[in-house]
Design a protein around this ligand. Structure first.
Ligand SMILES: [Zn+2]
Ligand SMILES: [Zn+2]
Length: 108
């Protein structure tokens, strides 16, 4: 039995600091750009085999932001970061999994 994973109904860039996602189940997810950039799981940011982070958060510019966010089918989103990093795809389960709100952290 599989329940379809909730889909985002709106992905909004809030100025240069935050990304706000409204999910189909009504959940509002708010993250800073810097936080989301640090959570990138692509092969350049996380070692594919050991899952060790290769990314040093200190190397990410404090004013990082997504110039563009592309939707990848019904699967996820691909941010085009202002530091030139574009290879990271956030699947919807991954995206929802990094929600920093208290409710999500309590559920994790
Ligand atoms: Zn990455
Ligand atoms: Zn949440």
């Amino acid at each position: 039995m599989s329940t379809p994973f909730p889909q985002p109904v709106e992905i909004r860039r809030d100025g240069r600091t935050e990304i706000v996602i409204t999910w189909a189940d009504g959940h509002l997810q708010r993250m800073t750009n810097h936080y989301m950039r640090c959570k990138c799981q692509c092969a350049a940011c996380v070692d594919e085999w050991t899952r060790k982070p290769l990314l040093d958060p200190a190397q990410i510019p404090a004013d990082i932001h997504a110039d563009q966010i592309a939707v990848v089918g019904s699967y996820g989103i691909q941010p085009f970061w202002s530091d030139g990093h574009t290879t990271g795809i956030f699947s919807f389960p991954l995206l929802r999994g990094i929600c920093p709100c208290d409710a999500c952290k309590a559920a994790a």
